[in-house]
Design a protein around this ligand. Sequence first.
Ligand SMILES: [Zn+2]
Length: 380
Amino acid sequence: MGKSVQRIPLISSSPGSARHLLLHRYGSPGARPKAYLQASLHADEVPAMLAQHHLARMLDAAEARGEIRGEILLVPAANPIGLAQYLNFDHVGRYELGGGGNFNRNWPDLSASLADRVRGKLGPDPARNVAAVRQAMGAAIAEMTATSELSSLRLALAALAYDADIVLDIHCDSDSLLHLFLIPQHWPEARDLAAELGSAAQLLAEDSGGRSFDETFSTPFVKLAATLGPETPLPAACLAATVELRGQADVFDELAEPDARALFRFLQRRGVVAGDPGPLPRPPSEATPLEACEVVRAPAAGIVAYKRVPGARMKTGELLAELVDPMAENPARARTPIRVSTDGLLLSRALHKLVRPGDSLAKIVGTKPLASRQGYLLED
Ligand SMILES: [Zn+2]
C-alpha cells in the first residue's frame, strides 16, 4: 500500500475555531517494524519540525522507490494548540494556556490496568505476549474519552503510537548539544540511534516522574515484566526515546537535513526502510543515569552571564556563570558566582538570560548519581 496523508480533527475549544493533526502514513497497516515519529510536542521547539520536513521528503522518495518495509507514522507538527500560542509577539508553546500544564507531562498511565487486562493471556511465547500487551494498551486508549482540545490531542497521538516498535518524540533543549532520553532497558540497544545522530549524552531513567510521552509507551512493558516470572517472558518491546535536537535557536537546513538523514539511516538499520545504511558513522558516547545529571538552578533573580559553553568539560566547584543583579546599589557586589557540583559535560544552558530563582540554568552530565537528584527528575 502506498503513502497516505490523514487529517485528524481535534475537539474545538471555542466556537468557530478548529484544529487538526496531520499524519503521513507509510507502508501497509500492521507491517512490522512500526516506527512512530512526532515533532515539537513542545511547540516552541522548532528544530524538530524542520528535521521532520526533511525526513518526510526522504521517506516520500523511499516510498516511490518501493523501499518502505515496515510501517511509518510521522506527525510533522504534534502540537497545533501550542503552535498558535503567540503572546504579545512572542511564541510560547510549552504549556497549555487553559490550565492543562506542560504538554509533555501527565500522559495517560497505560500501566494502570495492564495486569488485569492481560491476565490469563500471557504464556511462554514472548512475541505473543508483546501482542497481547499492545492489544490491551490499545483497548485502554479506546476506552478513554476526550473531553477537551488538549485531551483529544493526547488521545489522538497516543492511539497512533502505542503499538509501535520504535517511538521517537523529537524535541529540543534551550541552548544545547544533541542528546537522548531513554529507559535503562534500552541501553545499549539504542546505540545505533545515538551514533547516527551524534548524540552527546544519553540520559537514562526508568521513571523520570513526569509521565512524559516516551515513557508512556516504553515503561508499561518493563513494569509488567517485573511482576512476571521467568516462564512468562516479556521484552521491552517499544523503544521509545525523547530526542533533543540541540537548542531552540538551532533551526537551519544545514542541521535539519543531516539529522533527517541520520534518522532515515536509523530506520534502515531497524529494517523499517530497505537499503544499506553503511557503517555507523561514529561510536556513541556512553549513557548516564538521569540521577547523575546535575540540573544547576538560579539561586536568585538576575542576569546570568555564562563563563562556559555547551560541550565544556567541567570539574566540581568550577565556575559556570555569574548571576548579576542589575539593581545592586554597589555594582562591585552585583555578581554571585554559580559553580557546578559534579565533574562532567556541560550539556545545555539557558537561552534566556534573565532568570528567576529556581530557574534551570544548565545540565551537567556527570557519572555518579547525585543526592540532590531523587524523585522528580525533569527540569520543567
Ligand atoms: Zn521539549
